[in-house]
Design a protein around this ligand. Structure first.
Ligand code: NAP
Length: 348
């Protein structure tokens, strides 16, 4: 029997779609992603980008407060124990995602910890293939695979991934190699400020390398960078080479001015990229309509319809503009309702 709804992805969009679809008795099956070293390096592990952040201060319903006992009550013991200790008030990204996952499971959502690597949308039901080789048939599919952090694409950056180059301060920042050392953050947006601010807890100094003379970050975040004595913004520069050796990994960077020919080097034991995102749509190339950046296109305004009837898109995979946890959750809800109506119209 084909599944009524298969959801691919496990960020706020995927779990919200699963909560709504399971409450509508559609028994959704979620492919939450595989736990592999490659997914770790790519930033595409289960629970998505929120699992790579710290405090979430803007998700409605989670004001500051001690959630400890609520988390203890709500989550499976094993998963609760595997989470980092709760050090502060309010909710963290990983906690929020675990709570959403559990909420979906409570209503009957089934979860497979694997990636979907191929899809066939030519016939009905649709066919999906997981990385294990398992195939699944589905009447509707909700794509909620999100987006991942970009890298500059330098050979030296690739060479030192895992040895000082990272795109996730929260995942890697506390490693001994970064403690009391100068660190580099590349970018001038909210993510760059967030990473620099977080790293300043460990680093001796954080250099934010920005290619212009003005931050893209929101006013409140830009002020946070300016107010932090450990953060120094290096304006009008790009990173052109990561310096290092086999023994130590990253030891510094070479920077190029964007206003003249000058280059300079800066010692550092780590380089953190915060230069935007790429949607996780590689496995959908040629199967669904995308924009020039690879984001899925909603073919009808304010509906989660994609270019294939019965396939819906929710969250960052179809949004290069808002990219917020709450907007992803909102479109996840919309996708589940759209799938439910589509199934109803087909008499399924
Ligand atoms: P972003 O706003 O697109 O900023 C990307 C930054 O990287 C820009 O400063 C850009 O420079 C720079 N950049 C891009 N490609 C580059 C390259 N090849 N070389 C050098 N620099 C490069 O991305 P984001 O910071 O990840 O934020 C994404 C969205 O998430 C935004 O809507 C943001 O508000 C939101 N967000 C919010 C928070 C928060 O509120 N706490 C935290 C994180 C993210 P230019 O400025 O010159 O283009």
């Amino acid at each position: 029997m084909p599944e009524k709804v298969v959801i691919i992805g496990s960020g706020p969009a995927g779990w919200t779609a699963a909560i709504y679809a399971s409450r509508a008795a559609l028994e959704p099956l979620v492919f939450e992603g595989a736990v592999t070293e490659q997914n770790r390096l790519d930033g595409t592990l289960p629970l998505g980008q929120l699992a790579l952040t710290t405090e979430v201060e803007n998700f409605p319903g989670f004001p500051a407060g001690n959630l400890e006992s609520y988390l203890d009550d709500s989550l499976d013991k094993d998963r609760r124990l595997a989470m980092a200790p709760h050090e502060k008030e309010g909710v963290s990204g990983p906690e929020l995602m675990e709570l959403m996952r559990q909420q979906a499971i409570n209503f009957g959502t089934r979860v497979v910890t694997d990636d979907i690597v191929d899809v066939n949308f030519d016939g009905r039901p649709f066919q999906l293939t997981a990385s294990s080789g398992e195939t699944v048939e589905a009447h509707t599919v909700i794509i909620a695979t999100g987006a991942r952090a970009n890298y500059l694409g330098l050979p030296s950056e690739e060479a030192y991934k895992n040895r000082g180059v990272s795109a996730c301060a929260v995942c890697d920042g506390a490693l001994p190699r970064f403690r009391n050392q100068p660190l580099i953050v590349v970018g001038g947006g909210d993510s760059a400020v967030e990473e620099a601010d977080y790293l300043s807890k460990f680093a001796s100094r954080v250099y934010m390398i920005h290619r212009r003379d003005e931050l893209r970050a929101s006013k409140i975040m830009a002020q946070r960078a300016m107010d932090n004595e450990k953060i120094e913004i290096v304006w009008n520069h790009t990173l052109v080479e990561v310096l290092g050796n086999d023994e130590k990994g990253v030891t510094g960077v070479r920077l190029q001015s964007t206003v003249d020919e000058a280059q300079q080097t800066q010692d550092a034991s780590g380089v953190f990229l915060a230069i935007g995102h790429t949607p996780n749509t590689n496995f959908l190339k040629g199967k669904l309509e995308m924009n020039e950046k690879g984001y899925l296109v909603w073919t009808t305004p304010a509906r989660t319809f994609t270019s294939v009837e019965g396939v819906f898109a929710a969250g960052d995979v179809a949004d290069d503009y808002y990219r917020q946890a709450v907007t992803a959750a909102g479109t996840g809800c919309m996708a589940a309702l759209d799938a439910e109506r589509y199934l109803g119209a087909q008499g399924i």
